[in-house]
Structure formats: structure tokens, C-alpha cells
Write a protein that binds this ligand. Structure first.
Ligand code: ATP
Ligand code: MG
Length: 211
């Protein structure tokens, strides 16, 4: 069976990381080879960018254009080193955030012009566009409360989580706009339901790939 490239997107606390774990186990149960990645991350460069951008490692404020280039540099590197070879080898790749996060956080919510942003994103991604993107949609207040209550924050404090409610509202609306523009790639998942119900919905939206 052909490998597939699946990405998860959505605002803070929507349940992306939770659902990815369950989906990977389920796919592996079918004997498929699955690679789990997160963005930024997945390479030494990607983890370095994660630390700089999400955890303010330099102590220097970064503007949206700077963030765009850092994320896209890490994305390009991840595509070349990990994603393209894995897909070529017939593996499934599941990525926790990918190019759409840049479109909404730096573009829709961050104010970088979408035209040029999309070009940079396209350059970074090359031939590795996701086959399907699951957009976990959730009220931003609920999502931020979930994140605040996350028992052990595996990833430490996050500069994006700290931005205001209006910013996160733009993130949510940006995602929904992207999904409306590209219904072929996107599936919108209502993430306000119990974990198992959301998981079943996600599985249903991937059924054509695993049947
Ligand atoms: N369907 C759900 N209902 C209630 N709580 C949930 C649900 N799914 C996940 N959670 C909880 O919400 C919190 C955030 O979940 P998770 O870390 O999976 O979200 P995320 O989308 O990956 O967030 P981030 O954008 O910060 O990475 C966790 O404490 C998780 O246990
Ligand atoms: Mg997560």
C-alpha cells in the first residue's frame, strides 16, 4: 500500500497530539509503517527552531516575517531529510502541524501578506503537500483552558499560547477559511467531543486510504 502524508492542524488544545498518538497505534495495528513528526521539529535544526521560536530561547522578540523564514527553513529541511524519503519508501507520515500553521499564525493572525507567505510555503514544501489535513476545530476559550490544565506540559511554556484571545480567534477563523478553500485536502473535525468520538470520526475520514 502507498504511504500517505497526513497532517493535523488546529488551535491550541484542540487535541492534535492526543489524537495523533491513537491514530498511529491504529495504523500500526494494520501493519503499516508510521512515522510521527511535529513541527517545528523532527530534525536537529527543527528542534533548534522550536526552542528559539516557541520558547523564546534568544530572549529577542521575533516579528512575523522572521518567524515565517525560520519555520519554513526548518520545514524545508524536514521535507528533504525525513518526509520525502519516508513517503518514497511507502511509509505513512503523520505530522503535528505543517504548512497551514504558518499560514494562520504568521499570515491570518500574524499579519504577513498571504500571497508571499504562500509562495515561501510552497517553496519549502515542494512535492510533499499533505494528502489529507485534519483540522481539529474548537472554541478557542475551551482550547486554551485545556492547555492551561494540561497535567504535565510536555513542552513547557509556549510563546504562542500566551498571545491574546483575539489572536487565537483569528487563528481559528484562518483555519476554517483555508479548509473552505480546499475541501479536497481538508477535513474539519469537531474537537469538542469526547476523545473516543473524535478518534472514530478521524478514522472515518481516513477510511478511503486504509480500506
Ligand atoms: N476530546 C477531548 N476532550 C477533552 N480534553 C481533551 C480532548 N482531547 C485532548 N484533551 C486534553 O486537552 C489537552 C490538550 O490536548 P493536546 O495536547 O492533545 O492538544 P494539542 O492540540 O496538541 O495542543 P497544542 O496546540 O498546545 O499542541 C490535554 O490535556 C488533553 O488531555
Ligand atoms: Mg500538541
Amino acid at each position: 500500500m502507498k504511504g500517505r502524508f497526513i497532517t493535523f492542524e488546529g488551535p491550541e488544545g484542540a487535541g492534535k497530539t492526543t489524537q495523533i498518538q491513537g491514530l498511529a497505534r491504529r495504523l500500526e495495528g494494520l501493519g503499516l509503517r508510521v512515522i510521527l513528526l511535529r513541527e517545528p521539529g523532527g530534525t536537529a535544526l527543527g528542534e533548534w527552531v522550536r526552542n528559539v521560536v516557541k520558547h523564546d530561547a534568544t530572549g529577542e522578540a521575533l516579528d512575523g516575517v522572521t518567524e515565517l523564514f525560520l519555520f519554513c527553513a526548518a520545514r524545508r529541511h524536514l521535507v528533504e531529510r525525513v518526509i520525502a524519503p519516508a513517503l518514497d519508501a511507502g511509509q505513512w507520515v503523520i505530522c503535528d502541524r505543517f504548512l497551514d500553521s504558518t499560514a494562520v499564525y504568521q499570515g491570518y493572525a500574524g499579519g504577513v501578506a498571504l500571497g508571499v507567505l504562500n509562495e515561501v510555503n510552497r517553496l519549502a514544501v515542494g512535492r510533499c503537500m499533505p494528502d489529507r489535513t485534519l483540522l481539529m476545530d474548537l472554541d478557542v476559550g475551551v482550547g486554551l483552558r485545556r492547555v492551561a490544565g494540561r497535567a504535565s506540559d510536555r513542552d513547557g511554556a509556549d510563546s504562542f499560547e500566551a498571545r491574546g484571545l483575539a489572536f487565537h480567534q483569528k487563528v481559528r477563523e484562518g483555519y476554517l477559511d483555508l479548509a473552505a478553500r480546499d475541501p479536497k485536502r481538508f477535513r474539519v473535525i469537531r474537537a469538542d467531543r469526547p476523545t473516543e468520538v473524535v478518534a472514530a470520526d478521524i478514522w472515518e475520514r481516513l477510511r478511503d486510504y486504509v480500506a
